[in-house]
Design a protein around this ligand. Structure first.
Ligand SMILES: Nc1ncnc2c1ncn2[C@@H]1O[C@H](COP(=O)(O)OP(=O)(O)O)[C@@H](O)[C@H]1O
Ligand SMILES: [Mg+2]
Length: 423
């Protein structure tokens, strides 16, 4: 039987319908008004109609029941009503098809009720506002019976939520489809509308809602552009440790503050950042032990100039203490903060970062920013000193201390030609 649903997918939606069928897990990061809710609902309607399993079950989950109703119920009824024999249950926001498939709209606020169900597939809309335990404790087991799909959909809402965590995961995991759509690229929302949104929202909020920027709410971000390039070039990804090469480290050393360590490998002039570590209020031997426990064989260790400071208690410099614990530091030259930031900007495009192990480093790079002074309408020259400073300082040590490999000319001339006579 041929059923015609009143929906003509846009180019991007069509691409997603084709591609999603090949993926069990997907994260769709799309600007407002992209048509993601519409696309997802139509996707599950089609899946529900084509599914030959016994009593297939699908869920569309929004942060609250009320939201599920207001964002999706009318859309679902509009599209699904063309299926002959379909039944809608208004109180349970449920749609039953004659092939015994069922789509239910759910709110994440009382997800305990979902325990014990099974699903052939689910879509989570506005994922940034969803509790992590819904996915980990309830949905993952509910999907395992039927190897059901899970699609996480939304726009960014800063970095402190489950959507951002899965975004990092999706970047490094081949089982996940990661799709990003910025308004400036899709041209779905016309320019006049976008200009108006920009003037109403201000650029930070606009970048978050329409340009899919995670740091849209951190104006004055220092490494934003470089991180975007890394993302576009798929350099925030899975970068495993390569045992054929030594691992180098760079340190930012603090006693009351965090000590932040970056582990990297220099592989054919590309910098592979494979691991990172941070802690605070620990004496140096603790960090030396952490290094020993890792399965790496080490090359060089970089430290900032303040490693030459003597400790009050022992009278020894930190460098000497480190040496006693088997770590021979190279002190990087002291540079102006701005020069160091510039060095990081220059070196970042050559880096590949392993997102699985380096989330704190990536978060810090994204967050590191200059403060905006409202009354003067300028950004302060010095970056804000906060949790993100330590990894960014460690990155500065890496950038200023990184040893460019020395290329040797294999065919170099070995003896001088001495027959040449001037007269
Ligand atoms: N393929 C389409 N054809 C026509 N209108 C569409 C299409 N997809 C979405 N829309 C419309 O665009 C608007 C935004 O869609 P919605 O799915 O709510 O976007 P998002 O969830 O990405 O913000 C809605 O009014 C919807 O009806
Ligand atoms: Mg939506």
């Amino acid at each position: 039987m041929k059923i015609t649903i009143p929906y003509k997918p846009r180019v991007q939606q069509n691409f997603l319908h084709q591609t999603l069928r090949k993926h069990r897990y997907a994260l769709l990061l799309c600007h407002r008004r992209f048509g993601k809710t519409t696309m997802c609902l139509n996707h599950i309607i089609r899946e529900a109609l084509l599914n030959k399993n016994h009593n297939p079950r699908y869920a569309y989950i929004a942060p609250t029941y009320k939201q599920a109703k207001s964002i999706a119920w009318d859309f679902l009824k509009h599209y699904a009503s063309k299926v002959p024999g379909v039944k809608f249950n208004e109180t349970e926001l449920r749609c039953d098809f004659p092939n015994k498939s069922r789509i239910t709209l759910l709110g994440a606020e009382n997800f305990e009720n979902l325990r014990g169900n099974y699903y052939d597939g689910c879509v989570i809309d506005e994922t940034s506002l969803i509790p992590a335990s819904l996915i980990e404790e309830v949905l993952t087991p509910a999907l395992s019976d039927r190897k059901g799909f899970m699609y996480l959909v939304g726009t960014p809402q800063g970095m402190n939520n489950i959507f951002y965590e899965y975004y990092l995961k999706a970047q490094g995991d081949k089982n996940w489809l990661l799709y990003t759509a910025k308004a400036s690229e899709t041209k779905i929302v016309d320019q006049e509308e976008l200009d108006q949104a920009l003037s109403l929202m201000g650029s930070a909020k606009y970048n978050q809602e329409f340009e899919c920027s995670w740091i849209g709410n951190v104006p004055g971000s220092i490494y934003n552009d470089e991180l975007e390039v890394l993302e576009d070039n798929k350099r925030l990804t899975s970068v495993p440790f390569d045992p054929a090469y030594p691992v180098h480290t760079s340190f930012d050393i603090g006693y009351n503050d965090d000590t932040a360590i970056i582990f990297f490998q220099d592989i054919r002039s590309q910098i592979h950042i494979i691991d990172c570590f941070a802690d605070h209020n620990q004496p140096f031997p603790y960090y030396a032990e952490i290094l020993k426990q890792k399965p790496y064989s080490y090359g060089y260790h970089l430290a900032p100039h303040d490693i030459e400071v003597s400790e009050y208690s022992s009278g020894k410099t930190r460098r000497e203490v480190a040496y006693q614990h088997g770590i021979k530091f190279r002190v990087v030259p002291k540079t102006l903060l701005d020069d160091g930031i510039h060095a990081v900007k220059m070196i970042l495009p050559r880096c590949k970062i392993n997102v699985d192990t380096c989330k704190p480093l990536v978060d810090a790079l994204r967050h590191y920013h200059r403060k905006y002074i409202e009354k003067d309408r300028i950004f302060k020259t010095k970056p804000v000193h906060d949790w993100s400073s330590h990894f960014c300082d460690s990155m500065r040590v890496l950038a200023t201390g990184f040893e460019e490999p020395k290329y040797q000319n294999a065919n170099r001339q070995r003896t001088a030609i001495s027959e040449y006579k001037i007269i």
